[in-house]
Design a protein around this ligand. Structure first.
Ligand code: IPM
Ligand code: MG
Length: 377
C-alpha cells in the first residue's frame, strides 16, 4: 500500500477557496489517497497575521509533496506598500520553493472553438494538420528577472531592474527543451534582444543549450511580434520559453484564445526532491474579487492544475488523464460556466459547484486497490 500524498492547500483570496474547493473534491473523488494540509497566504494571511506569507506557511509548503494554490489579492489590500501586498506571498512562495520553470499550457479544446475570439481561418493558419485549433506551452521563467530585481524610488523617479544569470536562463531553457521533446519538438525563445541586454544573454545561452537538443527545432522571436503572432496564427507555436514578465503577459493573451483565462492550469517546477520535482500548481487566473462568493467562477483551471500536480509531482499519469478526460466530458455534455458560454442553445450555463460536480460525475469510481495507507500528516 502506498503512502497518502501530502498536498499543501493554499486556497487564498477571492474565488480561490471556491475553485480549489472543487479541485480538492475532484481529487478526493479519485480515492482516499491524499492528505490536505490547509495553509494561509495572501490577503487572508495579512488579515490573520499581518504578513502575506507567514514563515510557517512556507515551511509547511516545503514539507509537502506538492502545493495547490487558488489565487491571492483583492481591492481590500490594494493600498498596501509593495512588500506587504498579498501578491508578495506568491513571489516569496515561488522563490522559496525554488520553482523556476512555470509551465502554462494553452490548448484550444474542440468544445470551446465557439468561445475563441479568433476566426476559423486564423485558427487554421500554421496548424500542422490544418485543423482549427492550437496547443501550445508557455514556459515562463518564474524566480528571476524583473519580478525579483532591484527596485525602488529615487526622488520623483522609480526603477525596476532585470537581471538574469546564465544558470537561471539555462535551467529554464532545459525545462522547455525537455517539454518540447515530449511534444511537437519546436521551441521558440521569446525576448526583446533588439533592445535588452538580458535578452541577448538569453539568445547566447539558448544557442549553447540548443546543441544538446538536436531533435528540437529552435527559433527566436521578439516579444512584440510574438504578441501579434499569437492572434494571427497561434497554431505555429509548440513551446515558447521566455522571461518572467514576458511569460506573465503572453500567457494571459494565450489564455483568452482558449475561451477564458478560467480554463488554464499551471505547474511551477523546481529541482527534484526524492526523484520528483518540487511543484506549485495554480490556475493562471487571479482572485476575481467581483466573482467571489457568487458561484460563477470557472473551476476548470484549478481542476486541471490538480491534474498537472498528479502528473508531475506524484507520477499518477492514469489519474491525471482521468481528471482531464472528465473535464472534457463535462464540456462535451454542454456544461459551461458563464465565462466560456458562447450562447448556443446546446449549452447549459452552470455555476462553480455544478461544474465541479459534473466533472466528478464523469470520473470512474475509485478502485478498492487504489486506497492508500495511513495519513502522513
Ligand atoms: C500570474 C499572476 C501573478 C504574476 C500576480 C498575481 C503577481 O498574474 O500568476 O500570472 O504576475 O505572476
Ligand atoms: Mg499573470
Amino acid at each position: 500500500m502506498s503512502e497518502k500524498k501530502k498536498i499543501a492547500l493554499i486556497a487564498g483570496d477571492g474565488i480561490g477557496p471556491e475553485v480549489t474547493g472543487e479541485a480538492v473534491a475532484a481529487l478526493e473523488a479519485l480515492g482516499d489517497r491524499f492528505v490536505f494540509v490547509r495553509l494561509t497566504a495572501g490577503g487572508a494571511a495579512i488579515d490573520a497575521t499581518g504578513c502575506p506569507l507567514p514563515p510557517d506557511t512556507l515551511a509547511a509548503a516545503r514539507e509537502a509533496g506538492a502545493v495547490l494554490l487558488g489565487a491571492v489579492g483583492g481591492p481590500r489590500w490594494d493600498g498596501l506598500p509593495g512588500h506587504s501586498r498579498p501578491e508578495r506571498a506568491l513571489l516569496e512562495l515561488r522563490s522559496g520553493l525554488g520553482v523556476f520553470a512555470n509551465l502554462r499550457p494553452a490548448c484550444l479544446m474542440p468544445q470551446l472553438v465557439g468561445s475563441c475570439p479568433l476566426r476559423e481561418a486564423v485558427l487554421k493558419a500554421g496548424s500542422p494538420d490544418g485543423a482549427a485549433r492550437f496547443d501550445l506551452l508557455i514556459v515562463r521563467e518564474l524566480t528571476g528577472g524583473l519580478y525579483f530585481g532591484e527596485q525602488g524610488r529615487r526622488g520623483d523617479a522609480a526603477f525596476d531592474t532585470e537581471s538574469y544569470s546564465r544558470r537561471e536562463i539555462e535551467r529554464v531553457l532545459r525545462a522547455g527543451y525537455d517539454a518540447a521533446l515530449r511534444r511537437r519538438r519546436k521551441l521558440c525563445v521569446v525576448d526583446k534582444a533588439n533592445v535588452l541586454e538580458t535578452s541577448r544573454l538569453w539568445r547566447e545561452v539558448a544557442g549553447t543549450v540548443a546543441r544538446a537538443y538536436p531533435a528540437v527545432e529552435t527559433s527566436f522571436m521578439y516579444v512584440d511580434n510574438c504578441a501579434m503572432q499569437l492572434i494571427r496564427a497561434p497554431a505555429q507555436f509548440d513551446v515558447i520559453v521566455t522571461s518572467n514578465l514576458f511569460g506573465d503577459i503572453l500567457s494571459d493573451e494565450a489564455s483568452a484564445l482558449t475561451g477564458s483565462i478560467g480554463m488554464l492550469p499551471s505547474a511551477s517546477l523546481g529541482a527534484c526532491k526524492d526523484g520528483r520535482p518540487v511543484g506549485l500548481y495554480e490556475p493562471i487566473h487571479g482572485s476575481a474579487p467581483d466573482l467571489a462568493g457568487t458561484n460563477r467562477a470557472n473551476p476548470l483551471g484549478a481542476i486541471l492544475s490538480a491534474a498537472l500536480m498528479l502528473r508531475y509531482s506524484f507520477g499518477m499519469e492514469t489519474e491525471a488523464a482521468r481528471l482531464e478526460a472528465a473535464v472534457a466530458s463535462a464540456l462535451d455534455a454542454g456544461l459551461r460556466t458563464p465565462d466560456i458560454a458562447s450562447g448556443v442553445p446546446a449549452e447549459k450555463v452552470v455555476g462553480t459547484k455544478e461544474m465541479g460536480a459534473a466533472v466528478r460525475s464523469f470520473l470512474p469510481p475509485p478502485s478498492p486497490t487504489a486506497s492508500a495507507g495511513p495519513p502522513v500528516a
